[in-house]
Design a protein around this ligand. Sequence first.
Ligand code: FA5
Length: 345
Amino acid sequence: MEAQLSALKQEVLEKIQAASTVKELQDVRVAYLGKKGPITDLLKGMGKLPAEERPKMGALVNEMRQEVTAVLDARMTELEAAAVEAQLANETIDVTLPGRPVQIGNHHPLTKVIEEIEDLFIGMGYEIAEGPEVEKDYYNFEALNLPKGHPARDMQDSFYISEELLLRTHTSPVQARTMEKKKGEPIRIICPGKVFRRDNDDATHSHQFMQIEGLVIGENIRMTDLKGTLDLLGKKMFGSNREIRLRPSFFPFTEPSVEMDISCFKCGGSGCSVCKRTGWIEILGAGMVHPNVLEMAGYDPEKVSGFAFGIGAERIAMLKYGVEDIRHFYTNDMRFIQQFERTEG
Ligand code: FA5
């Protein structure tokens, strides 16, 4: 039995040495020192020995068990330390490595143009107004001196939702809504927003685009106030080098009416595909608020007057940034957007 014991001890010590992970060593502990292991078997088998040999054998088995346990514990400490070290090495952060570049978002060029125009007008005491994109026929047309059947309704081909509701074709309905709300008070607003028309898409036309409406009502508001305001807008957006012109035009809700053009950024005025060979790109419509419009909204045209304008935001952005096709604003191509410098805010 002593020989058996010594062989067993040898075997366990070899297994302990061979275990290279905590898990393997735990398995060795269970296999040899556990309740069902060979050492326990040995102790159980002692009953068969002669009585005088029992104490000696018992002492030997216990000694062997203590020795094996001590070796195993020492090895376990070693393996555990190695495991912790390996884990730490794995988790180490090398703070000297270069950081990964973070993608910083840009403001969309249209947003930039709209915010720039808002800032300009807020600086002159204008308030920002809003109105619904799904609009009543009344505000989109009738209150703007465009009764049902008026031929000028065809100037803005519309998406109707029902007999009385449509997607607004311009931001001018906000004029009528604001006048109704202000009930005879002076007004100075600008209103940016989406508008929709059944226009065929081309380089300068989209079926959905942004307008920025302006409306000023008060005593003694004159055409020269409108001209001065538009001149300031042109200079602020394009600097003083770009040529600007005002042309007589027609809108049923203004009298007199004008349109403002900017010389084409692509050809400089000689004519090209972007400006349809005219040398000019139209950016806005404007005029003195028609007395009928004032009257319908409860203002007395004998006492007050006003001017209004409707700017095409995409056209401004095209001219300002040299964008040759209006569709670039809507195709969400990151390469397009990333060309515009990030602005704070
Ligand atoms: C109007 O929409 C008038 N409501 C403007 C107005 C307001 C006049 C207040 C008088 C007083 P017009 O249809 O011309 O007008 O459009 C105004 C501007 O929107 C144009 O000068 C142009 O810059 C832009 N625009 C018009 N149609 C399109 C389109 N399909 N795509 C992109 N921009 C357009």
